[in-house]
Design a protein around this ligand. Structure first.
Ligand code: TYD
Length: 201
């Protein structure tokens, strides 16, 4: 249980690597645009200098301690929310912000090395109005990931299985927060998933 604030007009997409969150981000933002509605599509890690440093570590170009990594993700998130060109500013200007990954990723991934409670404490950020979790087995995600060029830090299937468990534990933790959570079947075609998201929002 927790008492974090829920931020209206903020939508988050989460799921394992290869589950299709990036595809959904593109499809949702297009639908907003086609309907003449203001949308701020965004993602974590962000394009900021902190985000670039994180991506370098994910690609294993540099080696960073797990707790430093968790702190970097949280710093990136803080700027993503409160920075000059951040989520809050866009929402204040009438946009709906849609983010591919958010604090639930930190809870799922960084808890592996840093512990659930510690990561939770670090991520005392407002919750989205809607959280869509694209649910797909690590095995199928892995098959999809094989088509990608390079391997990243959390790619192994055993790790993805643990991440999936952490995701569900993390999302359950916020059960009484007022955030609306929807699990979507990642086996379905992207158009069908998108239709479901659109109908809900
Ligand atoms: P991903 O969306 O897969 O980026 P890309 O499509 O560019 O590869 O995210 C990058 C990785 O970062 C992914 O494995 C999840 C991980 N991650 C965390 O470990 N913690 C976090 O807080 C976030 C936002 C992402």
């Amino acid at each position: 249980m927790n008492s974090a604030n829920v931020l209206k007009n903020f939508i988050v997409l989460e799921g394992l690597d290869g589950s299709g969150t990036t595809t959904q981000l593109k499809m949702i933002s297009e639908r907003f645009r086609n309907n003449g509605m203001k949308c701020f599509p965004t993602m974590e890690p962000t394009e900021s200098s902190i985000g670039k440093l994180i991506r370098d570590a994910l690609k294993k170009n540099i080696s960073i301690d797990a707790k430093t990594m968790a702190l970097l993700f949280a710093s990136d998130r803080n700027e993503h929310l409160y920075g000059k060109e951040g989520i809050i500013r866009f929402i204040d200007h009438g946009y709906t912000a849609v983010s591919d990954r958010y604090l639930f990723s930190s809870i799922a991934y960084q808890s592996l090395s840093c512990g659930f409670e510690w990561v939770l404490g670090l991520n005392d950020f407002p919750l989205p109005e809607y959280l869509f979790f694209i649910d797909l087995s690590p095995e199928i995600c892995q098959t999809r990931m094989k088509n990608r060029e390079s391997r990243e830090l959390f790619d192994e299937i055993e790790i993805q299985e643990k991440i999936l468990i952490n995701y569900k534990k993390g999302i359950n933790y916020y059960a009484d927060s007022g955030m609306k959570v929807f699990y979507l079947d990642g086996n379905e075609p992207p158009e069908m998933i998108n239709e479901k998201i659109w109908n809900i929002i």
